[in-house]
Design a protein around this ligand. Structure first.
Ligand code: ATP
Ligand code: MG
Length: 400
């Protein structure tokens, strides 16, 4: 297989670092599929499959990995014009096409024929055996040839990759993951840009069922297919909410919950050396997401809060959640940890002063400490869990 990286090609002097990171990710990603070799050759990545490699599975896994522009199932032939032409004759045998063109690229300039010469010669041979007309501008079928040093690769189709940057090359972020539709998509947006996402989920067990935790786990498991390893922090939030309910006037509660979540998430992020938080907020979607309320929530934070979905419509987010395969988990009914304690008419225009006044009746530091003391850590890996983790913090389960 030949993998072309997309945006990576632009990365100048740092390119070798990005590429070796992508190569390492591909090796882990395709673990267990009988892959012989993954290596960087002349501006692309070559993956040698074994006879037992399951192409469909290879394709599915590769299509999820950030940093890949496109990839193709290609057959290597010796880098020799006659060998290339006679292989392509065999490729087209038995196929039909209304028109075609050859698209050749000579990566190794020592090859004695220039790309247009290769295209002309191979095109002539294809036409001779098939009779297909050539159409350079709008061909129905494109036959691609890439000439490297030892081998040339011939193939028809390119599969689109996920785009973006290789996992981990943009550092780490702490994603607030609710179990709803939006926050997994927000996490994906950052994962795709090369961030490794850590996840924090606030639950109200044992006041409510374990459903929200199970949903968070399943969403993290699915997102781990893109970033290969993940950590999920499960924070008990029910006790915090019970305190808020007895001290904070109903219209302010949602904003106060969010301010407490942000403080707790931020402490967890700092402890792990993570410099930013991510949420699935969208302007105007619900009462807690008016510009006023987002601002009041943000003022409780000292780390930046990234909101990659801020200007999207629900429909756009839903489409992306479906593509990401998190949607069907997100819509499993469950009592959101906030629904139980949420007033029917939350304020849409709170102020920082009002929030701070309400918090004077709360032991904010004590609540944050207690929640953090109750955190459970779970690690996930794809295709398998590989990392050594601190003792007692792992609940591996079925990670496949
Ligand atoms: P989502 O679909 O992501 O649940 P939402 O439209 O329901 O979002 P809110 O419930 O207001 O919106 O939540 C806004 C953001 O706050 C979420 O996207 C998420 O990042 C964070 N958040 C909300 N509830 C939780 C929770 N229980 N645990 C972790 N993060 C949460
Ligand atoms: Mg929600």
């Amino acid at each position: 297989m030949i993998v072309h990286y997309g945006e990576l090609a632009l990365k100048g002097r740092n390119r070798p670092w990005f590429v070796s990171s992508l190569v390492r990710s591909i090796r882990i990603l395709l673990g267990g599929l009988g892959v012989r070799e993954v290596r960087h050759v002349m501006g692309r990545i070559e993956i040698r499959l074994g006879p037992e490699s399951d192409w469909e599975e290879v394709r599915t896994r590769l299509s999820r990995l950030p940093g890949i522009g496109n990839f193709s199932h290609a057959v290597p032939v010796p880098a020799d014009l006659e060998a290339i032409a006679s292989y392509v004759e065999r490729m087209v045998a038995g196929r039909t096409a209304k028109s075609f063109r050859i698209l050749a690229r000579r990566a190794d300039k020592r090859f004695p024929f220039e790309s247009p010469d290769i295209e002309r010669e191979v095109g002539r041979r294809v036409q001779a055996v098939t009779g297909w007309p050539v159409n350079l501008s709008k061909p129905e079928t494109v036959i691609r040839i890439e000439v490297l040093t030892r081998d040339a690769y011939c193939y028809f189709d390119k599969e689109p990759g996920a785009g973006g940057l290789p996992v981990g090359t943009s550092g780490r972020v702490m994603c607030l993951l609710s179990g709803g539709i939006d926050s997994p998509v927000a996490a994906w947006r950052l994962i795709r840009r090369g961030c490794r996402a850590h996840f924090v989920h606030f639950h109200s067990y044992p006041i409510l069922t374990r459903t929200s935790q199970d949903k968070a786990r399943e969403i993290v498991r699915r997102l781990t297919r893109h970033q290969l390893k993940s950590r999920l922090l499960l924070v008990p939030f029910g006790a915090v909410q019970q305190r808020v309910v007895v001290t904070v006037p109903p219209p302010l509660r949602v904003v106060i919950y969010r301010r407490l979540m942000v403080r707790i998430a931020e402490r967890l992020a700092r402890d792990a050396g993570i410099p930013a938080l991510v949420t699935g907020d969208v302007v105007g979607q619900v009462a807690s997401q008016t510009i006023d309320n987002l601002t009041v929530v943000e003022s409780a934070a000292t780390l930046p809060i990234l909101r990659p979905l801020i200007g999207l419509d629900k429909e756009e987010i839903t489409t992306e959640a479906r593509r990401l395969e998190t949607y069907d988990v997100s819509i499993i009914p469950d009592e959101d940890c906030c629904t139980l304690f949420t007033p029917r008419f939350p304020a849409t225009r709170t102020t920082r002063a009002a929030a701070e006044a309400a918090e004077r009746n709360l032991d904010v530091a004590g609540l944050v400490d207690a929640a953090i003391a109750g955190v459970a850590i779970e690690d996930f890996g794809f295709p398998v869990l590989r990392l050594a983790v601190p003792q007692g913090s792992i609940s591996a389960g079925d990670q496949k």
